[in-house]
Design a protein. Structure first.
Length: 404
């Protein structure tokens, strides 16, 4: 079976194209942002704060976003979010062009991006299964991962080239344009209605949330995995988000080109993993795949803290990406298959809130640790702890190993 089979659905194809372009814009912006903050402040703590300001509202409002995704038309929620995020990105670009951009402006922009993402992400995750047939879901899940990977590959490359040649303003502007293009490509999906058993408009918020939490609590594999993801976001994701620019400049004594190559190597692994695994009609032994792949990815990330040559680290980054894509495909397949469609918005939002709840704390700790210990030690420590956590869960929870 081909990984691209879900693109035969024109509505999904338009959505996928829009999200691919938007993600290229996102990662172009993120690299330009990281480099701008590095040059402006030279502080890992400042980088951490920008990320914390983006994540905190995303975590705080994710449950509200999940209820909204099960209560209102999902494509309309996404459209409003895309347009609003485009306006925020345009404001950042105009401030940069005028020479008046300050770190405080980026804190405000990050808060707004995080708030709007809290509504967009659960709506997107719940809308995709509505657009496609059941046998196309593995393809759509893989294509969503491929879309993210293309953004992670092209975005840093574009961002690094633009920053090196022209400065960050054009990179910020591209992000705004891609949000507006994405909103146009959402138009074919606006007629898609909610599942019949979705939340009535008059249902109280607490009652709607309670149904979602009860669904999560009843399934041990689900809440155990969410708790593990919360912990590994501290030990795996936070070092990657905060320490990479400082590893390149302070430990490797390299420039933005090396940073762009490293940032692109990880998603290239995601892309290869999605193309390889997305051909399959269904992954088997998904519990074992999910957490075994996380352990492998963490081991590869720990290698960034060593003095191994750059080509070796690029291979480790590729393997990390393949493993994390396997983790994602197994996880999303389980959620789409085992969670009722009318509850998926809430369960996806509970997953996001639970998984990301500790990440702001992790970003703060990693920013402090990078100063005290050095970014290379943070990669070594974070990768090692994540590997041990993942293996511990597999050993101690037999139902996860048996989950198919």
């Amino acid at each position: 079976m081909t990984v691209f089979r879900a693109l035969r659905n024109r509505t999904f194809a338009a959505l996928w194209l829009g999200q691919t372009l938007s993600r290229i814009g996102d990662f172009t912006y993120e690299l330009a942002l990281a480099w701008w903050v590095l040059k402006k402040t030279g502080s890992p703590q400042a980088t951490s704060l920008v990320l914390i300001f983006a994540l905190t509202p995303s975590v705080l409002f994710s449950l509200l976003g999940g209820v909204a995704a099960d209560k209102f038309a999902r494509a309309w929620l996404m459209l409003g979010s895309d347009i609003a995020r485009g306006v925020v990105a345009l404001a950042v670009a105009l401030l940069s062009a005028s020479g008046r951009l300050e770190v405080s402006h980026l804190y405000v922009a990050s808060l707004l991006f995080g708030f709007l993402d809290a509504f967009f992400q659960p709506a997107y995750a719940a809308l995709v299964p509505q657009l496609i047939s059941e046998d196309e879901r593995p393809s759509a899940t893989a294509l969503t991962g491929i879309s993210m990977s293309l953004g992670r590959i092209a975005g840093p490359a574009i961002g690094a080239g633009l920053v090196a040649a022209l400065g960050p303003t054009l990179a910020f502007s591209i992000n705004a344009v891609t949000f507006f293009v994405s909103s146009l490509l959402l138009l074919p999906a606006l007629g898609v209605r909610l599942p019949k058993a979705a939340i009535p408009h008059e249902a109280p918020l607490w009652q709607s949330l309670g149904e979602g939490f009860r669904t999560v609590r009843r399934q041990r594999w689900l809440w155990v995995s969410i708790v593990l993801f919360a912990l590994t976001n501290i030990t795996l994701v936070a070092p990657y988000c905060v320490c990479m620019p400082y590893l390149v400049t302070q430990v490797r004594h390299a420039g933005v080109g090396t940073l762009g190559i490293l940032y692109a190597a990880f998603p290239l692994g995601y892309l290869l993993g999605g193309l390889w695994l997305g051909r399959l009609p269904r992954l088997r032994r998904r519990g074992l795949v999910m957490h075994g792949a996380m352990a492998l990815a963490a081991t590869m990330l720990a290698l960034l803290g060593t003095r191994l040559p750059l080509p070796v680290l690029l291979v480790a980054a590729l393997i990390n990406g393949v493993a994390l894509e396997a983790n994602n495909l197994a996880w999303m397949g389980l959620l789409q298959e085992k969670i009722p469609p009318e509850q998926q918005g809430r369960v996806f939002s509970i997953d996001a809130m639970g998984s990301l709840a500790l990440l702001p704390l992790g970003l703060a700790l990693v920013g402090w640790g990078a100063v005290v210990l050095g970014p290379d030690k943070i990669f070594l420590l974070g990768g090692s702890v994540t590997t041990l956590l993942s293996l511990f869960v597999l050993v101690s929870v037999p139902s996860l190993r048996q989950l198919d």
